[in-house]
Design a binder for this molecule. Sequence first.
Ligand code: GRF
Length: 224
Amino acid sequence: MSDRLRLGVMVSGSGTNLQSIIDACEAGRTGACVAVVTSNRASAFGLERARKHGIPTVHIPVGQTGSPEWEAADARQVEVLQAHGVQLVCLAGYMRKIGPRLLDAFPGAIMNIHPALLPAFPGVEVQWTAADYGVRIAGCTVHFADEEFDRGPIIIQAAVPVMPGDTGDELAHRILQQEHRIYPQAIKWFAEGRLSISGRQVLVKEAPPPLIDGTAIISPGLDP
Ligand code: GRF
């Protein structure tokens, strides 16, 4: 356990990505363990999921971006994550802007998952925007976080088809299934020291070739 990479996961909502990370960690598929889960929302179901697995949870209210409360939350997040020995921060449905202290404390060690093929459709509720827009291919992205939402260097993406008549809900569900595949993979690569960042490029050492199966195209592919 002690040689596993220690994750701090930040959530705002239901936490299905958190669950996929916990499950992959418990199954020994990531080389990591979840050391703490924080949320800006006390009622986030993600906190409940963490407690069920005996993982410490901390509620950190955040307030308006840029407000004194937001700045205090930025400092508190660093304090909590460091107190739990966190080495990689995973934003998993965390709906608030992260601050400069957090970014400085974990350089190159904060990941985010976004339910679109970035740089298309940054922002929120983008599965519904994409369905309304009429795109034929949608997907999800795991990327390193920087000071802007949904902008940092891309680690892995999964593409899924949009079916005729798909509602936003149906598309969101199809994308979410792939999110649960690619986030644990990105964490495993980080834990194994296989990721390096050069400008906008993320180099994945010994990256598997792109994977194409009945549900998605994933690039790079998943480890066996
Ligand atoms: C996911 O679609 C994630 O990509 C987005 O917010 C959603 C969170 O879902 N950032 P969950 O809380 O992990 O179930």
